[in-house]
Design a protein around this ligand. Sequence first.
Ligand SMILES: Nc1nc2c(ncn2[C@@H]2O[C@H](COP(=O)(O)OP(=O)(O)OP(=O)(O)O)[C@@H](O)[C@H]2O)c(=O)[nH]1
Ligand SMILES: [Mg+2]
Length: 311
Amino acid sequence: METIPEMTQYITNFSLDDCAKGNQGFTRVLLQLFGFLGHGKSSFINTCKYVLEDGEYKTYADVRYSDGGRTKARITYPLTETLTLVDNRGCPTMNNYEKGEIFAQLGNLLPLDEKVIWPNVKKGVQYNNKKDFTLVDRIIQSENVVKSSDFIFPIFVYSVKNGISSADREELKTLLKTVTELTGIFPVVVLTYKTYPNMREVKSIFEDMGVEQIFPLENFTPEDHIKTRGRHEEVLRFFREVIKDIEFRMETIWNPERERQKRKTFLVNFVHEREMKIQNDYMKNQSREKEQKEKKESEKNKESNSWCILQ
Ligand SMILES: Nc1nc2c(ncn2[C@@H]2O[C@H](COP(=O)(O)OP(=O)(O)OP(=O)(O)O)[C@@H](O)[C@H]2O)c(=O)[nH]1
Ligand SMILES: [Mg+2]
């Protein structure tokens, strides 16, 4: 299965019904793209559609970059009868608030095709600020809308152009590990801007993090979409490997509803632990401030006492 027509047929014909133990109640695969702002998620969707639908280059997913990020919603792009790409909103950094949102999107616990709003919570937020509990509320409200029959497959999109600082490595490793715990699948990594000189360095950093499947590629863009065999095959190989991963995962018995409940519990625990940490930090801070204040006051008292004795 190496030629372009063979690979294309394998991808377009792939159905969950043909997996070793049947579809087990799953009806489609959501290929969940996630990553930072402007790393090429939407361009990757356009690239996949261009290669698999074999027509003119079109911008299905909006790619022009603006300050707050271009993609502001979680939009689905059906690719074949079984495979649907999901363009999740890119986040500027990954603090614990944004991570909560990312995990809820990836866990398919929030509705699809709706606007995504990042929580505007600054560092040092008071523990009794209830703002963020709305994430759990939104998950509960979405219960009837999200489908357990969606098989979640996480795909992390990272631009080689960005490099990876040593400070970011641990952070990225933890992020990928958490997504694995949440979805039961180690995310596949797509490295965009493949022709940047540091591609091998970035790739080996991801390998060291334990990532098994890494696909460096140059996205097709409105400015550059001349189809070459190499670029076309790269995308097809990506899908072929993703499908093999799905087939492998489907060899195990899975219960779609139980999986969704597990993801929900995971997220509620994540939010709870985060809130507990904020609460602890807040309490510690309060008692530190109190101690400092008392210390200052007792020093002031000592000074005035010794002044009185001298008098
Ligand atoms: N040369 C080159 N340009 C790319 C590549 N991938 C993306 N771009 C360009 O990078 C810019 C950002 O790409 P997007 O696809 O909008 O990135 P995104 O991750 O969807 O961004 P947000 O939706 O804002 O999070 C666009 O101008 C793309 O044309 C690539 O592999 N090579
Ligand atoms: Mg986008």
